[in-house]
Design a protein around this ligand. Structure first.
Ligand code: FAD
Length: 393
């Protein structure tokens, strides 16, 4: 029997893989999407950015269904009593989502659009030849015209090409738990506003993300040295309960998970595309999650790659090695902005001098809100220009 030749073979059915697959199928290309796990599968990363909205609309996914509306982002320093709030209102609309449920919806949506899918199959290696790609899995081998790596932080192509560049000085690791909150006035307020709260901590920062069903995602991201004698559970409890707000909010809460850990999460893949392949989402790079940019970059890079690849498949130019050079520059501007913002968050007085002062400077406030919304390619954002040119430190 003749082997099927796919137009595009995609490894990894997270947000990046399912988005790229759906968009390419909408263009009527023949797509195979291979996922090593089985949906629904657990994934961290619940807080979304508004600029993913237009991509969800293109996919035909109503992300308002079953998810909590995210009002905005609050930054709080309990030690000094200072706080600030960046509302995501007007045309900025987004949600706090449960990833296992939502990622499965994106995956089923890809199937609905005609994508051929295989779950519980792991891609092990890829060979990009001049006339085709060969994708080897733990079950068999496939041929296609193009390969997209959307394997997340497994970064299959980067492992194969040895092209991971670690980014230092950001958060070192995250410890996190899920809770169901007891009835309280503070909990009611949290679920009504849907804000993500970021608390500055002695050792890094804490996220507090409300979800539907009175559930809460709470994480501690550690950037500084911690007492060596504290084991992970004790460390998490110590720094979470050092926050008066979190201590009170968690009174009577039911713990829904065991403590989870993610480490070494900031890097960039220096070979994000080449002849007959491109990398999307975390497989292209990942930044510390303080500004919740991961899901957005995943679907944005998938959109950029899919649109470009569609044209190339039509004209038979998909083997051109620098096919994605222009779109990669667009991505790089966004990634670099976020990277600089996160770096300033950790290594300068950005929060003290700019975030907490921004209520007195409406223009700057608006420009910071744009970046926190993922609106990274606006003309004339002077705050962003300052970041990119080395000012705003
Ligand atoms: C501590 C922490 C907190 C975070 N918080 C947020 C947040 O609040 N908001 C946000 O937007 N982002 C957050 N993120 C980031 C976010 O989770 C990711 O950026 C996002 O999931 C990237 O999507 P992706 O599709 O690129 O990768 P993934 O979602 O990781 O999907 C990759 C898929 O590929 C599959 N796969 C891997 N290897 C193979 C293989 N060899 N063959 C076949 N399949 C394979 C995996 O099973 C997986 O399903 C956080 C990350 C961390 C570490």
């Amino acid at each position: 029997m003749a082997e099927t030749i796919y137009d595009v073979i995609i490894a990894g059915a997270g947000p990046a893989g399912s988005t790229a697959a759906t968009l390419l199928a909408q263009y009527h290309h023949k797509v195979l999407l291979i996922e090593r796990a089985q949906h629904p599968r657990y994934h961290i990363g619940e807080s979304m950015l508004p600029m993913a909205d237009s991509i969800m609309q293109r996919l035909g996914v109503a992300w308002e269904e079953g998810n909590l509306r995210k009002g905005g982002a609050e930054f709080i320093d309990e030690a000094s009593g200072r706080r600030t709030y960046f509302p995501l209102a007007g045309h900025y609309r987004t949600f706090q989502i449960e990833r296992s449920v939502f990622d499965e919806r994106l995956f089923l949506n890809a199937i609905k659009h005609g994508v051929k899918t295989h779950e519980q199959e792991q891609v092990q290696g890829v060979q990009c030849d001049t006339d085709k790609v060969q994708v080897k899995t733990d079950k068999t081998q496939y041929q296609g015209r193009y390969f997209i790596d959307a394997t997340g932080r497994n970064a299959l192509m980067a492992q194969q090409l040895n092209s991971i560049k670690k980014i230092d000085n950001l958060g070192k690791y995250a410890l996190y738990h899920y809770y169901k909150l007891a009835e309280s006035e503070e909990a009611d307020k949290l679920f009504t506003h849907g804000n993500i709260k970021i608390f500055l901590s002695e050792v890094g920062w804490i996220w507090c993300i409300p979800l539907t069903g009175r559930r809460l995602s709470v994480g501690l991201v550690v950037q500084k040295k911690v007492p060596l004698d504290l084991k992970q559970d004790a460390l998490f409890a110590h720094y979470i309960h050092a926050s008066t707000y979190m201590h009170e909010l968690l009174q009577g809460a039911e713990v829904l998970s065991s403590l989870r850990l993610e480490a070494d999460f900031s890097y960039q893949n220096s070979r994000r595309y080449g002849a007959r392949f491109a990398c999307c989402g975390d497989a292209a790079g990942f930044l510390d999650p303080v500004f919740s940019s991961g899901f957005f970059f995943a679907v944005k890079t998938a959109e950029l790659v899919a649109d470009q690849l569609h044209q190339a498949l039509l004209t038979g130019t998909e083997a051109v090695a620098d096919l994605h050079v222009a779109n990669d520059a667009i991505y790089q501007k966004g990634f670099k902005t976020m990277h600089l913002l996160i770096e300033r968050f950790y290594c300068s007085n950005l929060v003290e001098n700019l975030f907490f002062e921004s209520d007195r400077q409406p223009q700057i406030k608006q420009e910071i809100v744009a970046l926190l919304a993922g609106d990274l390619w606006q003309e004339g954002n002077r705050f962003q220009q300052g970041l990119l040119s080395g000012r705003n430190s």
